[in-house]
Design a protein around this ligand. Structure first.
Ligand code: RAM
Length: 515
């Protein structure tokens, strides 16, 4: 194993491994999915499932099952034959779609920069019938399309049973549905909960289709949503220990971790994601009151702040060529946003030190210096916005993170929020992750109406577009947006999109009072 390894932390994380809850799901019906003349995806209900016993398929024919909701797990097909004894193997292609659109896209057309192997499809031979074919790989899906590539002239196949063993560390049936709000709001909460449920597996995954692993930025938002819903605090604890157990050489936490076959930090370091270890630990402590774990992990958190400070230039500014993520918006300059994340994380560090009884003086000093630098070098007094990088770029991300860093008074922050919406710069936000922070900034500025309207427009629009779970990417102005080269590779159940359930539950009193 490469990097820094802490065996004790690994053991602790292992003891917290969740037992997955299983449920068997069967399709609700057989459907046809196609694109109409205007490229809209249409799902046409074809037949109920009971026709299956009379339906046989031969070469070139296909069938698409609709499970009625999104699930994560394992598919089993019971297949028998009709006609003469099967004198040749069955050869078939199985495709899984988290949503209907994926079924209309062709893997052969994908030419993006991340691996096409994420596309959920299999080519399979079956030699002996009848058979219970269990696919070994775990899938994330609502739709399963099977295309018979060949049987022989002498026999056809029949699906006697189609079942899916769904898995998750939690059960959303145990969470009380939202008790207020209109239909859209309740649906948004439900879709968000489903998103979180399907991402909560052996760890908090980013997306069960892709990348199926533990990313710090995703964990942070999943954890706060979990505290309002599933209350599975041990899963957060497990992830905190995992990140602490396998780190990069200098003690930095990696942007993500692989957990199979053994725990291994990825060699990707992201400036903002490493700092987020601090707020994740603070939030965990505040939700659980688990002082001993918070104390044990404090050094790991503090080390992230040290590393964050070491990376600054002599003016105490995040360098222009930093490794922060912030959003998938192409061309986004990360300097100002990353400075905002640093200041935000320092505040979390100070708060946690206070709660745990540790000295916060050094962090107070860092906070002063980084705030001063932000005000002096990143604030444009004429435009009254934060600018970022050589090109002095004005983006949503920079303003949002500086509002969350809370370096101006409330009124100035509020004006800044309004200003950025008026300017509506080309550097907008494309992930629900970045949009989460925008809503958070509205709440911090006590712009509650704005926060609610925004949520309903953004996540609500995804619901109107048919989301069963919230998507990794969503740009209402370009619904096919993908940072990867094609939307076939996008994840359609993505953890960082699950926060409507957090907002709707955490701030319930506010929403009730303004509705
Ligand atoms: C996506 C991952 C994950 C995120 C990274 C930065 O590719 O799926 O959600 O944290 O980007």
């Amino acid at each position: 194993m490469k990097g820094l390894v802490h065996e004790d932390f690994l053991k602790k994380a292992d003891l917290l491994r969740p037992r997955l809850i299983e449920s068997v799901r069967r399709p609700k019906g057989i459907v046809t999915i196609r694109k109409d003349e205007r490229e809209n995806v249409c799902v046409e209900a074809e037949e109920p499932m009971d026709v299956l016993k009379d339906r046989t398929l031969g070469k070139g024919e296909r069938i698409c099952f609709d499970f009625g909701d999104h699930y994560v797990g394992y598919l089993t097909l019971r297949i028998s034959t009709a006609g003469s004894p099967p004198d040749a193997p069955l050869y078939m292609k199985i495709r899984f779609g988290e949503n209907a659109k994926e079924i209309t896209e062709r893997a052969e057309d994908y030419d993006g920069w991340i691996s096409s192997s994420w596309i959920q499809e299999e080519y399979i031979h079956v030699d002996v019938f009848p058979t219970d074919l269990q696919l070994a790989r775990r899938y994330a899906m609502r739709f399963v399309e099977i295309q018979v590539l060949d049987t022989s002239r002498k026999y056809r196949i029949r699906f006697d049973d189609v079942s899916f063993r769904a898995v998750s560390a939690v059960d959303m049936a145990k969470v009380t549905p939202l008790s207020y709000g209109d239909k859209l709001l309740r649906r948004m909460d439900r879709v968000a909960l489903k998103t979180l449920e399907d991402c909560m597996q052996d760890v908090f995954e980013d997306g069960p289709k892709r990348d199926r692993r533990l990313w710090m930025g995703d964990l942070r938002l999943e954890a706060i949503a979990n505290y309002e819903t599933f209350h599975h605090n041990d899963l957060v604890k497990r992830c905190l220990y995992l990140f602490a157990a396998s780190r990069l050489e200098n003690g930095a936490v990696g942007a993500c971790l692989f957990t199979e076959p053994t725990v291994q930090v990825d060699d990707t370091y992201m400036y903002d994601y490493a700092l987020f270890y601090v707020p994740v630990l603070l939030d965990y402590y505040e939700a659980s009151g688990d002082m001993s774990s918070a104390r044990e992990l404090w050094e790991v958190a503090y080390r992230q702040l040290e590393i964050g400070m070491d990376a600054l230039d002599e003016r105490f500014l995040v360098k222009e060529d930093n490794t922060a993520f912030l959003d998938w918006k192409a061309g986004l300059d990360k300097q100002a946003g990353a400075q905002g994340v640093l200041i935000y994380s320092l505040r979390c560090g100070i708060r946690l030190a206070n709660l745990l009884g540790y000295d916060e003086n050094e962090m107070e000093e860092w906070l002063k210096l980084t705030i001063q630098a932000a005000k002096r070098y990143l604030w444009d007094p004429e435009q009254k916005v934060f600018i970022s990088g050589k090109e002095k770029q004005v983006s949503y991300a920079s303003q949002v993170w500086m509002i969350l860093a809370d370096i101006w008074d409330k009124e100035t922050n509020r004006e800044l929020l309004k200003r950025i919406m008026e300017l509506d710069p080309e550097m907008n936000m494309v992930t629900p992750y970045m949009n989460h922070h925008f809503v958070m900034a509205c709440i911090q500025c006590e712009e509650y109406d704005l926060a609610m309207t925004y949520m309903k427009n953004y996540w609500g629009e995804m619901v109107r577009d048919g989301a069963d779970t919230f998507w990794e990417l969503y740009n209402p102005k370009n619904k096919n947006e993908s940072p990867y080269g094609s939307s076939i590779i996008n994840s359609y159940c993505h953890a960082w999109s699950c926060t409507p359930t957090y907002f709707l539950r955490k701030y319930e009193r506010i929403w009730r009072s303004i509705s």
